[in-house]
Design a protein. Structure first.
Length: 424
């Protein structure tokens, strides 16, 4: 049994959905669980719709729903010859339910409301892909991830109940394969014990594939992307990028931890635990070898990898009483940061100062200054970038730091990290 994950770009339009069918035809007769994301930028649009609902902007709320429904109808019109196909009704019912929310009282649990609305993108896309596969002659069944992936109620980033999920998947998968060799389900979503829909965190469809593969003990997982595999750098920032042909689970975990965007960071652990090989392949060139991620580490250091995080802010936190940055002070700082749900990309301390680097878009500078002002003096520096180099050498460091001011430099045996500012 294989698990395939198709992201938003791989199902963004009619030709992309047809391409999913073409890829599956290369694996004729094999048992495959297909995990799909929302189509194109649907998740972003649903977040906008939620914002309008919360702000009581009903006119814009309904207009955005109409636009998103029209987008999906355009895809349906190209995939299905007649409107009598039940998929049109299924999709319209989902949108009608979304519209009806404007007439209902919204709870004060914003995370809960987020999960109920934003999860609809995956439901719509999975129904469309499944029905298209049926139309093309595939033996496909639709599987509801809200019935098989059990989580807690930490809405927007729910934690998986592994034992219960394994039990539910074990009971569901084999019966679903009776009469079918393809199961289409949703990434990103699950359910709590009370039946409420939950989500696994932004870009969590990769993680869903890992969860399902772990519980099914799948042969392998393939994530289908618009790149030939994992590249050693983002083509937006680097020319002459190179594909990583084969790396270890450990290396993939390191790269995802430092910010490589190809794989969701949580995906690796369940696959490594069961030694399930992960492939990253191109849906444009599906016969290409892609990148193989497995247990062996011997190929990890062959190519240097570069990860860029832009729009960073560096905060320097200094105790007002001139006390040392010791365990007690750090404990207090981390408590405040955790309460504000601030994720740190890099940290460094001296005797009297503790510095943290965070994404500018994910922090309110005035609010953080206000939270810390009673005990600490805080300075900050914005418009910075964080560069991480795995398997660096002097040449790679020189090329990255050229014409930049180095604010912070950190090195371990395999990883070098730099906080950089453009020269004026």
């Amino acid at each position: 049994m294989r698990v395939f994950k198709f992201g938003g770009a791989s199902v963004k339009d009619p030709e992309a959905v047809k391409n999913v069918g073409a890829i599956l035809s290369l694996y004729e007769g094999e048992k495959i669980i297909v995990v799909v994301s929302a189509m194109g930028k649907t998740t972003n649009k649903l977040e906008e719709i939620l914002s309008c609902l919360l702000a009581n902007e009903h006119l814009k709320f309904h207009q955005l729903i109409n636009d998103l429904q029209a987008y999906h109808h355009d895809i349906l019109g190209e995939l299905f010859r007649e409107k009598h196909f039940k998929i049109f009704q299924v999709v319209d019912q989902i949108f009608d339910g979304l519209r009806h929310l404007s007439q209902e009282k919204i709870s004060d649990k914003l995370g809960f409301e987020y999960d109920q609305i934003v999860s609809l993108g995956e439901l719509i896309s999975s129904h469309i892909v499944h029905e298209y596969l049926i139309e093309m002659g595939f033996r496909s069944s639709w599987l509801d991830a809200r019935k098989i992936i059990r989580t807690d109620t930490n809405y927007q980033e729910a934690n998986v109940d592994w034992e219960k999920t394994k039990e539910l998947i074990s009971k569901s998968i084999e019966p679903a394969f009776i009469g079918s060799n393809i199961l289409v389900t949703q990434g990103f979503i699950g359910h709590s014990s009370d039946g409420s829909t939950t989500t696994l965190g932004r870009e969590g469809s990769d993680y869903s594939a890992g969860i399902i593969a772990y519980c099914c003990e799948a042969e392998n997982v393939t994530i289908w992307k618009d790149v030939p595999g994992m590249l050693n750098a983002d083509p937006k920032y680097f020319q002459n990028t190179r594909k990583l042909d084969k790396i270890s689970f450990k290396e993939a975990m390191e790269l995802s931890y430092y910010g490589a965007s190809v794989i969701h960071p949580k995906t690796i652990k369940p696959l490594q635990n069961k030694n399930i090989t992960l492939f990253v392949k191109s849906f444009i060139e599906p016969l290409g070898a892609g990148t193989e991620i497995q247990s062996e580490t011997k190929d990890d250091g062959l190519i240097a990898s570069f990860i860029i995080k832009q729009e960073q802010v560096l905060f320097s936190i200094i105790p007002k009483d001139f006390s040392f940055i010791d365990e007690q002070n750090l404990h207090g700082i981390f408590e405040l940061l955790a309460k504000e749900q601030i994720k740190i990309n890099l940290m460094q301390n001296s005797a009297l100062s503790f510095s943290i680097l965070v994404d500018a878009k994910k922090v309110s500078i005035p609010k953080l200054l206000s939270v810390l002002k009673n005990t600490f003096n805080v300075k900050y520096n914005d418009n910075l970038e964080l560069v991480t180099i795995r398997h660096y050498n002097s040449e790679t460091i020189e090329s990255i730091c050229k014409d930049k001011i180095v604010i912070i430099e950190q090195k371990t045996r395999h990883t070098a990290r730099f906080v950089l500012k453009a020269k004026a």
